[in-house]
Design a binder for this molecule. Structure first.
Ligand code: MSP
Length: 512
């Protein structure tokens, strides 16, 4: 069985989960579910990033130990993900023993490759971003006067300490060569160009250890130093697979690392260079999505407008939130979360289109045929067009998923739903019933229900609960799509002659 490995970033435990964390994790889940259904042996990883100065400072501010803070926040994530139907196969904590061993191992491997040397770091550091900045970079970004971070625009601090360095500069040309020979490596295109410009401008060696705080993984053989949190964090993608044990190669290299645009440089520059130096294959793809604003404003702690998934889930169905996040904004672009837009999407696309198609189809099946499906008579052009569209939807959605074009996948499914509603109008089953054309009536109802079944199957990765509810009505009993494969259950004609469907009950009631 081919493998498919998808990851989310691991989230800092200095603060609670917010909309941004939920976004990437939902996207990864949709991909994982789709790929499992497509027949892949999928590994879907998420987790938390527990080390570093930022987490240490947050713990100090609360008067507790960093590990105590981590233990508290990790629970928030671990209780949140099931509420959102996240089907991760593992959850990595960077404070775990398995992770520590992997990070120290990769450090030694880099050291043996001659990629690490000791020196002095005398420049700037942004704690919120856990990022080093040179004076020149601050000046180039117009941040020198205020001494602020070019990325997050919060204060940077001066750091002067002994440090180990990674010979990043050595990998400038090999990295460029890799990016050019693998056009799919960084997506979307605009982000890829951004990385190319950054690398072409020249890579400086990277400071990869700190001595002025202690919350991290010690450098092997020099315990005064803790390993730079990004070197530590990036290694999660292989530590969770069992690295350095060879079994990590079952899923590695990753098929896609899903990340936000703000952490692209770490994933598309530092990580591949580290892997090259260590002689480990590079991930196949890195996809950087955009950022959400909320009702037109940047989310921030100070404004108090950061959306907490746990609060959203108290008022909105998990599947609706999942649908909205991936439908509203093309993956890769920035977007705005607003409650009006959420309601609008739901009422038009789910309540009106999908919900209506399911309700009217099953209602007519019950009214005219006691809820029993019959093949009816020979197919006509309208039927063949519907089947072709459903099969086209399956192919297109699959293709869009490989490109992480979630919004296009949903648009394509919605187009099939609209086709279904059009098919109802074109065939007017109520007229066929009146005219006593039972054969044709049965054919039409069969096509509708079968189309709905295959639509629900494509919707399942996006809205597992709602799609299961749809399938439960169609199948008239419990279903387990998690165990289904499109190659087996996804073919046209799966519903049998004489199959009894359940009575419709609303799955997408209108929202006011
Ligand atoms: N710990 C690092 C990642 C290490 S991965 C080896 C980190 N953690 S984080 O908790 O700060 O959050 C990470 C993710 O949240 C990033 O992918 C970031 O893009 C995302 N988001 C934070 N705010 C966001 C929005 N407003 N909108 C969308 N995503 C946002 O960085």
């Amino acid at each position: 069985m081919p493998t498919y490995y998808v990851t989310t970033p691991i989230y800092y435990v200095n603060d609670e989960p917010h909309l941004g964390h939920m976004y990437t994790t939902v996207a990864a889940d949709v991909l994982a579910r789709h790929m499992r259904m497509a027949g892949y042996d999928v590994f879907f990883l998420t987790g938390v990033d527990e080390h570093g100065q930022k987490v240490q400072q947050a713990a100090e501010a609360k008067g507790i130990k960093p590990i105590e803070l981590a233990d508290q926040v990790v629970k928030r994530y671990q209780t949140l993900w099931p509420r959102l139907s996240i089907s991760n196969d593992d959850f990595i904590r960077t404070s775990s023993e398995r992770h520590r061993q992997a990070v120290q191992n990769i450090w030694k491997r880099l050291d043996r490759a001659g990629a690490i040397y000791k020196g002095m770091y005398e420049d700037w550091y942004c704690v919120p971003c856990e990022t080093y900045w040179t004076e020149t970079q601050l000046k180039d970004a117009d941040c020198w006067q205020q001494k602020i971070c070019p990325d997050c625009r919060r204060s940077v601090e001066r750091v002067q300490e002994e440090s180990y360095f990674f010979r990043l500069s050595r990998y400038q040309e090999p990295l460029l060569e890799h990016i050019h020979s693998h056009p799919e490596f960084i997506a979307p295109e605009s982000r890829r160009n951004e990385v190319i410009r950054f690398v072409e401008a020249g890579l400086n060696d990277l400071s990869i250890s700190r001595t002025t705080f202690s919350w991290g993984i010690p450098v092997p053989g020099d315990e005064q130093h803790v390993i730079y949190v990004w070197i530590d964090a990036l290694t999660n993608y292989i530590s969770a697979l069992g690295y350095p044990d060879e079994r990590y190669l079952h899923y590695w290299p990753a098929d896609v690392h899903l990340i936000g645009k703000d952490i692209l440089r770490f994933h598309a520059v530092y990580w591949p260079c580290m892997l090259m130096a260590a002689g480990i294959p590079l991930p196949k793809r890195i996809f950087a999505h955009g950022w959400w604003t909320v009702e037109g404003e940047k989310m921030s702690k100070s404004k108090g407008n950061a959306l907490r998934p746990a609060d959203l889930l108290d008022h909105y169905d998990a599947d609706l939130l999942r649908y909205f996040l991936l439908r509203e904004v093309p993956f890769g672009q920035d977007g705005d979360f607003s409650f009006d837009a959420l309601k609008q999407r739901y009422n038009t696309e789910l309540a009106n289109d999908v919900g209506n198609l399911l309700n009217r189809s099953l209602a007519m099946l019950h009214k005219y045929c006691d809820g029993i499906l019959h093949f009816g008579q020979a197919e006509e052009a309208l039927d063949r067009a519907l089947i072709a569209d459903i099969e086209g939807m399956q192919r297109d959605v699959d293709e869009y998923m490989y490109a992480q074009a979630f919004h296009l996948a949903l648009e394509r499914i919605n187009a099939a739903v609209r086709h279904g509603n059009r098919y109802v109008e074109e065939n007017a089953p109520w007229v066929l019933a009146k005219l006593g054309q039972t054969g044709r009536l049965r054919t039409v109802l069969y096509h509708l229900v079968e189309a709905l079944r295959l639509i629900a199957l494509q919707l399942w990765p996006f809205m597992p609960g709602k799609a299961e509810a749809m399938l439960t009505q169609i199948h008239n009993g419990p279903v387990r799509p998690a165990a289904w494969h499109v190659a087996r259950e996804g073919g046209w004609g799966g519903l049998r002659e004489g199959h009894q469907c359940a009575k419709p009950s609303p799955i997408f009631p209108r929202m006011d």
